[in-house]
Ligand binder design. Structure first.
Ligand SMILES: NC(=O)C1=CN([C@@H]2O[C@H](COP(=O)(O)OP(=O)(O)OC[C@H]3O[C@@H](n4cnc5c(N)ncnc54)[C@H](OP(=O)(O)O)[C@@H]3O)[C@@H](O)[C@H]2O)[C@@H](O)CC1
Ligand SMILES: Nc1ncnc2c1ncn2[C@@H]1O[C@H](COP(=O)(O)OP(=O)(O)O)[C@@H](O)[C@H]1O
Ligand SMILES: [K+]
Length: 513
């Protein structure tokens, strides 16, 4: 698991350690790790550290201090290091002295600074770290733009300047890094877009701080492998869990087919389908247990261990009755219930209806409707810019687990003190019609297999992201979790292909665990 902590938590942990250690010890640990990463990147791009050109962007706080000390270490190995001081009076004194002593040079001149950046092999962003407030200030913009245009690898110190450490929000421009070297623990803003997209590959340098339970966390392969259900000798289809899918309509039969397809690949022993698309479902998946007719007969469908309600239901009377049945006691309240797509819009009209085991899976547009249903106004853009905050708020308002889909999928449980799960897998190619139906079928299957809503949602998002990448790479198994999606080598995919790639994604997780 990768854990992330808020600035407040980091400050508290850092304070306890600072009191015990000699002055500057923590910064030296940070700078040593930072310099080692930079040396590795220079060796890759330039062949060696000696003779390479490094520019440090140095702000007014300790983030700049880290950059200066790391720069001094690189200068001592023969790199030509130039520090650009954005706030010369406040730049870290001891860091400046160390850099000068190692042979580095300083400039405050914007034209010189930009010219140095244009010919650099590596630019270190030490403008601002966890002490930052608001977006980048105007004085930093010319340098940040020059770095974006240069060939140099940009390495962010602790986090890309301009990204909000706690939320990943970016107001205006922010540094775009190839690599971010972060200290002590991840920051939530490094795991969630738009911050995650600016951070590039994130490397953690442990500096010995002890931290409390995390504010956010990201699953990795081993965590997912440990959570995935595995049949034993005693298992049969019923013991493995049966998932019920109430989805599809005469207008949208395909949503039902996709949700059922993913549910069949999601670890449950059997799938029961009720709804208007039974013929299409059986034609595509003859192993499905179907109830003919409308999706009203949830209770008559037979015993299930979880329900998935919503994909492609449309918003007619059938859909309303189906949601009413799902929520109003027709179903055993102990059976977990996943609501997606049309069911979410109908739920928004009713307002919060808390029940145990409830998992909502909105995209940003559906999240806006749900927020409105609980009396909170927000736009789609606001939700996309601050996913952690809105996922938490929805979970609290609706008293349940909320999986907010999008470029970074996040899953928040109803306990405001619990961590939010941030999904590290995926690819923008997943933004294709029906892809969400696949996710809900898969998550429902994991609920039926006995996973708690937070685990079912986050494991489903993880496998869905891997399957998307696998399909997008033409069937080659996708890379390890935790590595941000690149689109190199990837190509367009359909939701059916994502569903078909789920078993390969599953195997890639269990094989490597
Ligand atoms: N945590 C740890 O354990 C360790 C932390 N370490 C390092 O320390 C870093 C935190 O250092 P920090 O506290 O000095 O704050 P930092 O981020 O350098 O900036 C603060 C200064 O910037 C200014 N400023 C504010 N907003 C701004 C903006 N938008 N744009 C521009 N400037 C802005 C503001 O001054 P102002 O101008 O507002 O008076 C303020 O003085 C941390 O990220 C990590 O790198 C490691 O060394 C070792 C262990
Ligand atoms: N830019 C993106 N990067 C990664 N995943 C994405 C991106 N855009 C969409 N997705 C994923 O694709 C799926 C789309 O679901 P949804 O919006 O419900 O589509 P549909 O209703 O067509 O099924 C979600 O799992 C979402 O997280
Ligand atoms: K920084």
């Amino acid at each position: 698991m990768r854990y992330a902590h808020t600035v407040e938590q980091v400050r508290a942990a850092e304070g306890a350690l600072l009191a015990r250690l000699p002055e500057g010890a923590l910064m030296q640990r940070a700078a040593a790790g930072l310099a080692a990463t930079c040396a590795g990147l220079l060796a890759e791009s330039h062949g060696r550290v000696y003779g390479s050109r490094v520019v440090l962007l140095v702000g007014s706080g300790d983030n700049g201090g880290d950059a200066l000390f790391a720069g001094a270490r690189l200068a001592a190995r023969g790199a030509r290091v130039c520090a650009v001081l954005l706030a010369p009076e406040q730049a870290h004194r001891a860091g400046l002295a160390a850099l000068r002593q190692a042979g580095g040079v300083l400039t405050e001149d914007q034209r010189d600074g930009c010219a140095e950046i244009a010919r650099a092999d590596l630019v270190l962003d030490g403008i601002v770290g966890i002490g930052g407030r608001g977006g980048l200030r105007p004085g930093a913009l010319p340098y940040v733009r020059a770095a974006a245009e240069a060939d140099a690898a940009v390495v962010a110190v602790d986090l890309p300047s301009g990204v909000d450490a706690d939320t990943g929000e970016v107001s205006g421009e922010a540094v775009r890094a190839a690599v971010t070297v972060t200290f002590g623990t991840h920051k939530p803003g490094l795991l969630v877009d738009p911050g995650a997209e600016h951070a590039g590959v994130v490397r953690l340098v442990p500096i010995g701080i002890g931290v409390p339970p995390p504010a956010a966390e990201a699953l990795q392969h081993a965590d997912v492998a440990a959570l995935l259900p595995r049949p034993t000798g005693e298992s049969d289809k019923y013991r493995r869990g049966v998932v019920g899918v109430a989805a599809g309509s005469a207008r949208y039969p395909g949503a039902a087919v996709l949700a059922v397809s993913a549910a069949l690949h999601g670890g449950a022993g059997a799938v029961r389908y009720v709804g208007a698309a039974a013929a299409a479902v059986v034609a595509a998946h003859p192993e499905t247990l179907v109830s003919e007719g409308s999706a009203q007969g949830l209770k008559q469908a037979g015993r299930v261990q979880a329900w998935v309600v919503g994909p492609g239901l449309a918003d007619g009377e059938d859909a309303v009755r189906t949601l009413d049945q799902a929520l109003d006691a027709a179903l055993d309240p102990d059976v977990p219930l996943l609501l997606d797509a049309d069911a979410l819009r109908l739920l928004a009209r009713r307002g919060p209806a808390p029940r145990p085991g409830l998992l909502l899976t909105p995209h940003a547009g559906e999240a806006v409707a749900l927020l409105a249903g609980a009396g909170v106004e927000a736009t789609r853009e606001q939700v996309e810019a601050a996913r952690l905050r809105y996922a938490r708020q929805l979970a609290e308002l609706y008293g349940c687990t909320v999986l907010l889909k999008g470029s970074t999928t996040v899953v928040a449980g109803p306990d405001p003190a619990g961590p939010v799960r941030v999904n590290p897998t995926g690819t923008p190619w997943l933004g294709t019609a029906g892809s969400g139906d696949v996710l809900s079928g898969l998550a429902g299957s994991l609920l039926a297999a006995g996973l708690a809503p937070l685990d079912a949602g986050s494991v489903a998002a993880y496998l869905h992201g891997l399957a998307g990448r696998t399909a997008s790479l033409g069937g080659a198994a996708a890379g390890a979790g935790g590595v941000p999606a690149g689109v190199g080598g990837e190509g367009p995919i359909s939701a059916s292909e994502v569903a078909a790639a789920l078993p390969a994604a599953w195997r890639s997780v269990t094989d490597r665990a």
